[in-house]
Design a binder for this molecule. Structure first.
Ligand SMILES: Cc1ncc(C[n+]2csc(CCOP(=O)(O)OP(=O)(O)O)c2C)c(N)n1
Length: 243
């Protein structure tokens, strides 16, 4: 029988550790598919965060390294500078990249380090129980904003697109097949540009279903709403030009 689909070699066969409805699982699989398709598994290094994004590590059948909370781009920068032939994926949550690590996020982009940041925005500090983060939309219920969050959210792609050095800046989602296909293309483009020495930042709008009390099957719907109200999808910079 003809084999039409199989697990990417860049993905381990172990069961994933994510909650049902969490989009990390889809994303790490997409990363693995792109690495296989581009034949980059041997040179790939995923710099993993503290937070739920760290649970991608057992699924990555390629090199990984953990860093302190928020310091992923700095660890990734060191790996890239010492091993220019490596393909560095800085995989981060929003608490990681948009709260404790905002300075690292901004200055890695400002310097235009040749890494790809994949920023999974589930709009809360997920692993610690769902506290409001700088990315929580106004009015959102969280465990620490039970009357609705009052602070306006940080929109990292919009902000980073104003800097000179970033080559590719985009916001994607993986809550339906169309978005998954677009997100995979974005990851592929970012990896291609990294091989040319360029910095990319891809935000992926996600949902922390467990801490926000969302039913797993309602997670795509929730993400559609957040896309409409706060985090529009699209490309903000491509080939170094603002769009
Ligand atoms: C220096 C430091 N501060 C705080 C923590 C506690 N901590 C662990 S995971 C986490 C939340 C991470 O949230 P986010 O980056 O949004 O990722 P998620 O779990 O939502 O994917 C925090 C605050 C820590 N481990 N180290």
């Amino acid at each position: 029988m003809e084999c039409v689909y199989k697990r990417p070699e860049s993905l381990t066969p172990y069961p994933m550790m994510f909650c049902p409805g969490c989009h990390h699982a889809i994303l790490i699989k997409l990363v693995a598919e792109v690495l296989d398709e581009m034949n980059l598994r041997e040179q790939a290094v995923l710099a993993a965060p503290i937070g739920c994004g760290g649970m991608t590590v057992p699924s990555a059948n390629f090199d990984t390294i953990f860093s302190l909370h928020g310091r992923v781009p700095s660890a990734g920068t060191a790996i890239k500078r010492l091993n220019p032939e490596s393909l560095v994926i800085c995989y981060q949550g929003d608490g990681d990249a948009g709260a404790i690590g905002t300075a690292e996020t901004v200055h890695t982009a400002r310097r235009g380090e040749a890494v790809t940041v994949i920023f999974v925005n589930n709009s809360v500090f997920g692993m610690t129980g769902g506290q409001a983060a700088p990315t929580t939309p106004v009015g959102t219920w969280t465990i620490t904003s039970k009357k609705g969050n009052r602070e306006a959210p940080l929109k990292l792609p919009e902000m980073l697109a104003t800097l000179d050095e970033p080559d590719y800046v985009a916001r994607c989602a993986v809550n339906n097949p169309k978005h998954i296909i677009r997100c995979k293309k974005a990851i592929k483009h970012a990896f291609e540009r990294q091989l040319e020495g360029k910095y990319s930042f891809i935000e992926v709008v996600s949902a922390c279903v467990t801490t926000m009390g969302i039913k797993a099957e309602k997670s795509p719907e929730f993400i559609d709403k957040v896309i409409k109200t706060d985090f529009p999808l699209g490309e903000f910079k491509r080939d170094g030009k603002r769009l």
